[in-house]
Design a protein around this ligand. Structure first.
Ligand SMILES: C[S@@+](CC[C@H](N)C(=O)[O-])C[C@H]1O[C@@H](n2cnc3c(N)ncnc32)[C@H](O)[C@@H]1O
Length: 266
């Protein structure tokens, strides 16, 4: 298979990637046939997927504005993905020109596109790193000098923790990041869940596993556990219970399986 000019050297064009499948669901053009094929199979199981992803993006935009309205001007977005419409730095800079944003992703396509987009944006940067190694993320953020970890930071872990298996102890990873944040920092998180669509969720987990990307749905108590050490602001809710998302989900909030949440470190 030919490597398109925008694709970084060395990436595996025969294996689907979570970042590129998400780009496909959002109508982007930075995906390969292998991603679209896996994406189409996922859509057969859960045709609402693009709407769920759009609701997730609406949550990010609102949560960034919510954090900015409380005076937070620093954003650390881990698992930031391939840039799309309404990126975190655009929303944050609109809210406050003093904003600073560091994106982190382990996917080379997501990082390359973020670098290209941010070439002329001194207030934002991207780091290629893995959520499984929070110490490395924190030290690279400190070295970069864009964020001051002694002041409040909005930590975004949006639609990324479901790619971390229980064996990697995702709760400990989040706790390590939380402990490095100053009081007044904010956790912005979303996570897929089997709670409201158990049958389709099990099939989606299987599909991702076959595509070579572990996908772990979690229950509401498991998602709430990520907020240990944070006070609800406003706390965890179904994705369709957030803001205007109810309209997109119609009269059944459980149609969009998954949770969003925002908490603040006291
Ligand atoms: C579904 S996308 C979400 C993008 C964005 N946060 C959003 O919600 O619109 C998940 C992203 O997390 C990234 N990701 C998955 N596991 C990761 C890990 N262990 N470390 C860093 N990034 C990861 C993927 O590469 C992908 O870009």
């Amino acid at each position: 298979m030919d490597r398109p000019t925008w694709a970084p050297q060395g990436i595996d064009l025969t294996r689907a990637s979570a970042a590129r499948m998400y780009d496909f669901f959002l109508g982007g053009s930075h995906n390969f046939e292998v991603d679209r094929e896996a994406g189409r199979r996922a859509l057969e199981i859960l045709p609402d997927l693009p709407k769920i992803m759009q609701a997730n993006r609406a949550f990010i935009r609102d949560a960034v504005r919510h954090a900015a309205a409380s005076g937070v001007t620093q954003f650390l977005d881990i698992g930031s993905g391939i840039p799309t419409f309404g990126n975190v730095h655009e929303i944050a800079l609109e809210a406050s020109p003093d904003s600073r944003v560091v994106y982190v992703d382990h996917d080379p396509v997501a990082v390359a596109h973020s670098q290209a987009l941010l070439a002329d944006v001194p207030q934002a940067d991207v780091v290629e790193a893995d959520l499984l190694r929070p110490k490395e993320i924190l030290s690279r953020v400190q070295e970069g000098g864009l964020l001051d970890l002694d002041r409040p930071v909005a930590l975004l872990l949006v639609a990324v923790l479901h790619f971390v298996e229980e064996s990697a102890d995702p709760y400990a990873l989040v706790a390590e990041l939380r402990d490095a944040l100053a009081p007044g920092s904010v956790l912005v998180l979303s996570h897929a869940s089997q709670d409201t669509r158990p049958e389709e969720s099990a099939r989606i987990e299987e599909l991702y596993a076959r595509a070579g990307t572990p996908f772990v749905m979690r229950t509401r108590p498991q998602v709430e556990r990520f907020f240990e050490g944070f006070t609800p602001d406003p706390g965890v809710m179904l994705i369709a219970e957030w803001g205007d998302n109810a309209q997109a989900a119609g009269d059944d909030p459980g149609r969009f399986s998954g949770y969003v949440g925002v908490g603040r470190k006291p």
